[in-house]
Design a protein around this ligand. Structure first.
Ligand code: SF4
Length: 109
């Protein structure tokens, strides 16, 4: 579903049927964080979801206020792979367990 920022996000839920106006981020809700519409504009989750649809990778979101973005709340995510049981440094790429990266070429003589 499209977020208020216009990006596709699998965690956004909006119900506008018959005058209803219910919106929520189910990722932040499950993590006990408070969602507001402005968070979607700078959230990295839509790009991560588009680049990597691995079923084993779980995102742990946190809403913070980085010093560089004075007073603006932002979503930061940490990724964890339930298959390899390790933290995923680059969520867009994955942990490399299922899809080994980079490709390795061997020259046999
Ligand atoms: S805050 Fe991020 S994860 Fe939540 S609905 Fe918006 S874009 Fe999706």
């Amino acid at each position: 579903m499209k977020t208020p920022a216009g990006k596709e996000c699998p965690h956004f839920y909006g119900d506008y049927f018959r005058g209803r106006n219910v919106e929520e981020c189910r990722l932040l809700k499950a993590a006990g964080e408070q969602w507001t519409r402005d968070l979607c504009a700078s959230c990295p989750v839509p790009e991560i979801s588009m680049a990597n649809a691995c079923e084993f990778m779980k995102l742990r979101p946190r809403v913070s206020r980085p010093l560089s973005a004075a007073f603006m709340r932002r979503v930061q995510v940490q990724a964890f792979c339930e298959k390899s049981q390790k933290a995923v440094r680059e969520p867009q790429v994955g942990c490399g367990e299922c899809h080994v990266l980079p490709f390795k070429f061997e020259v046999k003589s």
